[in-house]
Design a protein. Structure first.
Lengths: 219, 248
């Protein structure tokens, strides 16, 4: 293996480690919400500093790779993808923290009626983030496109979940503060899915050199 | 460690190096960069006294290797150069077989045990990452090898006498990109066993292979630091202008 390939591999490992940390945060944020697990929520909030540090470490490494190795073609696209994927992951982790902060507030009050769409939304967002990382590791553009396609489902579910919560608010004004918090949470998961979509757009760029961001691909 | 203190160098009346100070650590690659005529090659050749053969050339100040002044009276220049091997820009194999090229330094060093020579030839060719390409034709002429292979053979020849330090004067500048990449990989591998000082005109090469970089201009050492710093956040404006191609 060339010295350069080892550097690229190291960068990939750093990204995967960060990806695993972010996935763990999402898992725990879902537990915090659905199982009303405030301890899990606290763990996610505490873990965020390590994820932030990881972002800085990866940034430093990618800049060094460009300065020292002058990557070209697939290698250059990999480094560029890494630079754009890292902040997406960091943002997803921040959103998991946001979910947990709202969950802690919610867990101080009795539960609102069991929402149906919100757990589904959370699971899909979680799944999309995981698949986006798989697609990145395997440089799998087809999988990336599948993930991107799921974003429409997420948008629909977010809207549905909001409407559901709206009915609770209309039903009883005492539900309002909790329902608003849950609405926020729906939005947070939706934005996690957006992060996964952005990651997948970079995977397509990595694998095929094609920019699909802000454009509609012909089917 | 190679220690350099207030080192000046002259060709006759003309001073080409001015007060050079730097420490070159063991088992790392140190790159010397700078525009043509900046003194980097002169400096490199001062380390193993290759400049001695130029009439009127003289150094002043200190260059020491592991505490021993290389310019001290009584220093045996032949054993110094055995310890500090050199690889030049233009590969210069002897018009002999591949085997004899590598064995040459051992023979003139008085070693005649065939088994020992065989083993050293093989080890040196392996370390220079050329063994697989030549093992079946060790007795063919070295001159039949490609430019890149000849250069790696010259590196093997330098390694055969078991030096501590390798000086490389633009070892890849006459080679195509693939052969260059092989030399760069080799340099990277060799640093686990040797201290390497490399002069290169190719800044990207310096960035790729070296741990430390010294930037020379007009006979002065402008900046010397870990390569990462030189290429990412140089302290001197001159260094930045040079490595970003604004002059030179």
């Amino acid at each position: 293996m060339r010295h350069f390939d080892r550097e690229i591999e190291h960068l990939k490992q750093l990204l995967l480690r960060m990806g695993a940390m972010v996935e763990e945060s999402i898992n725990e944020s879902i537990a915090a919400l659905l199982e009303r697990d405030t301890d899990a929520a606290q763990r996610v909030i505490a873990a965020d500093t390590a994820i932030d540090r990881m972002e800085l470490e990866i940034d430093q490494h990618t800049i060094e790779l460009i300065a020292m190795m002058q990557p070209a073609a697939i290698d250059l696209r990999f480094v560029a993808a890494a630079m754009k994927i890292t902040p997406e992951l960091e943002r997803v982790a921040d959103l998991a923290v946001d979910v947990c902060e709202r969950a802690i507030e919610l867990n101080r009050e009795p539960p609102l009626k069991p929402a149906l769409d919100l757990p589904r939304l959370a699971r899909i967002a979680q799944d999309m983030v995981r698949q986006s990382l798989d697609a990145f590791v395997r440089r799998d553009a087809a999988l990336a496109r599948e993930v991107i396609a799921r974003d429409d489902d997420v948008d629909r579910l977010t809207e549905q979940s909001f409407r559901e919560l709206l009915t609770y608010m209309l039903e009883d004004s005492r539900n309002i503060s909790r329902a608003i918090r849950l609405t926020f949470i729906g939005k947070y998961f939706e934005r996690m899915a957006d992060g996964a979509t952005n990651i997948c757009e970079m995977v397509v760029y990595l694998a095929e050199g094609k920019v699909i961001k802000h454009q509609h691909e012909p089917d | 460690m190679i220690e350099v203190r207030d080192f000046d160098f002259f060709y006759g009346e003309h001073q080409v190096l001015h007060g050079i100070n730097l420490d070159i650590p063991d088992r790392q690659v140190t790159a010397l960069i700078g525009p043509s005529g900046c003194g980097k090659s002169t400096f490199l050749r001062s380390i193993n006294r290759m400049n001695d053969i130029i009439p009127g050339a003289r150094g002043r100040g200190l260059i020491s290797i592991d505490g021993e002044d290389v310019y001290a009276p009584g220093v045996d220049v032949v054993s110094l150069r055995r310890r500090v091997g050199m690889v030049f820009q233009k590969s210069n194999p002897f018009p002999k077989s591949i085997y004899e090229n590598v064995a040459y330094g051992l023979r003139i060093g008085g070693i005649s045990d065939k088994r020992r020579i065989d083993a050293t030839v093989e080890r040196s060719l392996r370390r220079a990452a050329i063994w697989d390409e030549v093992k079946d034709r060790l007795n063919s002429s070295a001159l039949a090898l490609s430019g890149g292979q000849q250069q790696r053979l010259c590196i093997a020849r330098a390694l055969a006498v078991d030096p501590d330090i390798l000086l490389m004067d633009e070892p890849a500048s006459a080679l195509d990109p693939i052969a260059t990449q092989k030399i760069e990989e080799l340099v990277y591998e060799l640093k686990s066993n040797y201290t390497i000082v490399i002069v290169t005109h190719n800044m990207q090469q310096a960035a790729r292979v070296s741990d430390r970089t010294a930037f020379f201009m007009l006979g002065k050492l402008v900046e010397y630091d870990v390569t990462r710093t030189i290429f990412m956040t140089p302290k001197e404006k001159l260094t930045e202008d040079y490595i970003t191609g604004r002059f030179g």
